[in-house]
Design a protein around this ligand. Structure first.
Ligand code: G3H
Ligand code: 13P
Ligand code: ZN
Length: 423
């Protein structure tokens, strides 16, 4: 025994111990993907791939202005949740400068897609959660291409108003365009706003589980919007009950058939009564409004819904905030940069779509630019509306902390995955 031998023995013990601790740590974290700061946009499938294994649903919120998108990503960061930012076709037209957004041109949609993608990319690059930018309710291959060329990483093709075979053909065409680019595809089958009596009838608008299976197989879509009792807009009825059996039946068949896909719930806003009351106290006139009870949505998640679309709730919170802003700061009613918004709020007491009020501030809508103090206050009220509803639902849908389980895959990596799977 010499001091040198003792030193060598201690060193070996130390190395063995370090190796053991390293192996233990590696084992413990093997299911947690490598973390990246400054993440580029991810395909939506990277997020969807985690919903069933981690028992939550990914909320997908619609935005209609550039600063709403920034605010939305900010609130996801607060809760460490992966973000799906949605722009619908009409929203793209509006963000492309078309005030008459129901009638925008393909060129305006393309400009709007690029504007929103630029805002989302800049904010996502700077942030710490995975973000997907998704086209909501795309109606044609042309609008899908406009969105992808603008920078969207995911698209929906909504052929739900077509006969089944035509819907399949259109959706398949979109998949063939999108997957080689790594872009995720959502389809839709069944028509929302079903009538309870007609669930099993020939005129049923609910999704037929066997059609859903056929649709997944024939198109190769990554996720599918199903009709099971939800409805778009602010007037969904009172005490809505969802037909969760439809979701269970489809999920069960998908598992039997080995289908890798996620079920999507559209028209899922909760229409909070306190916000409706506040809008009405502040000069609005909303009647017969009602949403999906939050407990119904939570049950749907347990039954197999993995993505939940919400637009109206954010519209309501923003509308309330805009009305409140002019009450709190009366000087904004006559300020050169904001008086036009106030005039429209007065003129349209029944409107709940902020696009109806924001035409006078298109710089803010298209680029998130607020060049006066009045506009900055207006912008702040819009952002707080987004944060209030997105924050509430991120917590309700179990998304808190889930950014850590999403693999931050690139479009190229996803395209490679599809190539290997032959889809
Ligand atoms: O599901 C539809 C979304 O609420 C988008 O609405 O087409 O009026 O932009 P929009
Ligand atoms: P809501 O109108 O219920 O918010 O639905 C939004 C939606 O489905 C977007 O695709
Ligand atoms: Zn929808």
């Amino acid at each position: 025994y010499t001091p040198n031998a003792a030193g060598a023995k201690n060193l070996i013990t130390f190395l063995n111990l370090s190796l053991f601790i390293f192996k233990l740590a590696k084992n413990k974290t093997k299911n947690i993907p490598e973390r990246r700061m400054n993440m580029p946009l991810v395909p939506m499938k990277a997020i969807l791939d985690t919903v069933y294994s981690h028992r939550y649903a990914a909320a997908a919120f619609n935005v209609n202005t550039a600063s709403q998108a920034e605010a939305l990503i900010g609130v996801h960061e607060v809760f460490r949740a992966p973000a799906i930012v949605q722009g619908a076709e009409l929203a793209n037209g509006f963000m492309g400068g078309c005030v008459d957004f129901a009638h925008s041109t393909p060129g305006q949609k393309r400009t709007g897609a690029a504007n929103i993608a630029k805002a989302v990319k800049a904010r996502a690059d700077d942030g710490a959660v995975p973000v997907a930018l998704h086209l909501d309710h795309g109606k044609s291959l042309e609008s899908v291409k406009a969105a992808v060329e603008g920078g969207y990483t995911s698209v929906m093709i909504d052929g739900s108003s077509l006969p089944l075979e035509d819907n399949i053909a259109l959706t398949r065409e979109v998949v063939k365009y999108a997957h080689p680019r790594g872009v995720t595809v959502e389809g839709e089958l069944g028509v929302l706003a079903g009538v309870e009596d007609h669930v099993f009838g020939a005129q049923s608008t609910y999704t037929h589980p066997l059609d859903a299976i056929r649709f997944f197989k024939a198109t190769g879509v990554d996720c599918l919007a199903v009709s099971y009792g939800t409805m778009h807009g602010a007037c969904k009825g009172k005490n809505v009950k969802l037909r969760r059996e439809i979701v269970i039946a489809i999920r069960e068949c998908m598992l039997h058939e080995g289908i890798d896909g996620v079920l999507v719930s559209h028209g899922s806003s909760t229409v909070p009564q306190y916000i409706v009351d506040e809008i009405n106290w502040l000069g609005g006139r909303l009647t017969d409004v009602g949403g999906i009870p939050i407990e119904e949505l939570k049950t749907s998640i347990a039954c197999g819904i993995g993505k939940i679309n919400v637009d109206t709730d954010i519209r309501l919170a923003v509308t309330r905030n805009l009305r409140e802003l002019f009450e709190k700061h009366p000087w904004l009613k006559t300020d050169a940069s904001t008086h036009g918004v106030y005039a429209l709020l007065k003129q349209l007491p029944e409107a709940v779509d902020p696009r109806c009020f924001l035409a006078p501030v298109m710089e803010l809508v298209m680029y998130g630019t607020a060049s006066t103090n009045a506009l900055r206050l207006l912008d702040d009220s819009i952002r707080r509306g987004v944060a209030e509803m997105a924050g509430t639902l991120i917590v309700s849908f179990g998304m808190v902390g889930k950014s850590a389980v999403v693999k931050p895959l690139s479009l190229e990596e996803m395209a490679d995955h599809y190539r290997k799977q032959g889809i």
